[in-house]
Design a protein around this ligand. Sequence first.
Ligand code: BG6
Length: 476
Amino acid sequence: MDLSVSESFSFILFGASGHLATLKLYPALYTLALKKRLPENFSIVGYARTAMDDDSFRKLVHDSILRDHGEVNEAKVKNFLEHVHYIQGQYESAEDFKRLAKALDEWERDPKAVRLAYLSIPPTVFTAVLKNLRAGGVHDGKHPFRCIIEKPVGHDSKSFAEIREELLSHFKDEEIYLLDHYLGKEAVRNIYYLRHANPILERMLKHTLIQHVEVTASEAAGIEGRAGYFEHTGTFRDMIQSHLLEMCALLTMQLIEEGESFRESRQRALEQLYLPSDAKPDDLILQGQYAKGVSAPGYTEEQGVSKTSRTNTFVAMKLFSHAQRWEGIPFYLRSGKRLTKKETRISIQFQMPKLSTPGGTPNRLDIILQGEAGMRLHLQTKLGGSTPQFRPLIMEDPLVCMGDCLPEHGLLLLEAIHGNHQWFLRFNEVRAAWILLDPLQEHLDGKKTPLHLYPAGSGGPKEADAWMKKDGRTWF
Ligand code: BG6
């Protein structure tokens, strides 16, 4: 499918100077422009409370593009910035939204322009923005409309249900796009398509052959000035609730033809994830927080973080799937900030050979999605000599995107403009994830639940290794 956009659109960003916007969204939109994927007529509109005019907003967008792209062609950036506008307004003011709608009409000059409202705002103003999008006429029933919301949607199943109700009281289901940017990553989509296109791989992925699965998303970065968001979120909600569970879903979902049932299948895979009811919470989850390291401050020394904060920046957990081919296989998930390196990886450990293999280790398949992206199949081969001894044989190939590769937010935005929901979350997927994780979150919130400290820049808390050892395993 050609994902160039021919119809005009307006991309309205609420929270225009936030971390996500400057880190990901503006550079992604600029890449789309460079790759000639945008129509002639489009507008990028920042809306926020901060006093700014078009010029200062354009400077902010320019700087964010420069930071991401390194060198830029100034003439091309200038051209792009002509489509960029800023409206200063209050989130609670219907009048200010009317002003926004009027400005959109002028810039669009097209009654059929698609309007995308991207909400990157604190939960406190969420309701007001939804209400005013309609009251102010941005959502006017004439322009095709999309409301895009980033994960995590809510902070538990209860708050999620409230947000869902709120959203559905303003917009139709098909106007709502719940975005997990991992689902825009080619590498993450490839978890599913590697299975889809390689029947031998799919046949290997079966509980009769597998010992366990490890899913790791480690980051070298810290919270990058996002204390306001991270303090009440933590790694469990920030990374596990959506990104890592979605990766598990793509690995375990049933293969099917493209289309709406694709999302249903992904949803079913999420619903099939479970925590054994007889396990103690401490056997299922462990949390940590980075302390001062050699060259980085500890979490509680970060600006805006409480000195006594118990927010987790590292989580390791175990879950299972009821999907027939995965029944009984433990999935170990792990994610943390300020670890040694950036890497997102799925490792599948197969069973030991039935016959003795001195020096041998179990076969393993690594799918490395970020970091040194690649696929590695760990086999064994015989060493010379009359008695069989073995050494590892690793078959490896880089797994990099080739062809039409777009930044994740760019790809998802094009798909949203086209009205394609396939890689956006369904409400029921998000619900399933919260329902699975609520009891563990409650456990983590308990004052007596340990929070293991680890030095910034290390491999995480040593207790996470001991926790894994209790199951007779080690992290890869
Ligand atoms: C975001 C989280 O969703 O994903 C961040 O809020 C995290 O805390 C980021 O750093 C990681 O994304 P990526 O694309 O860098 O792997």
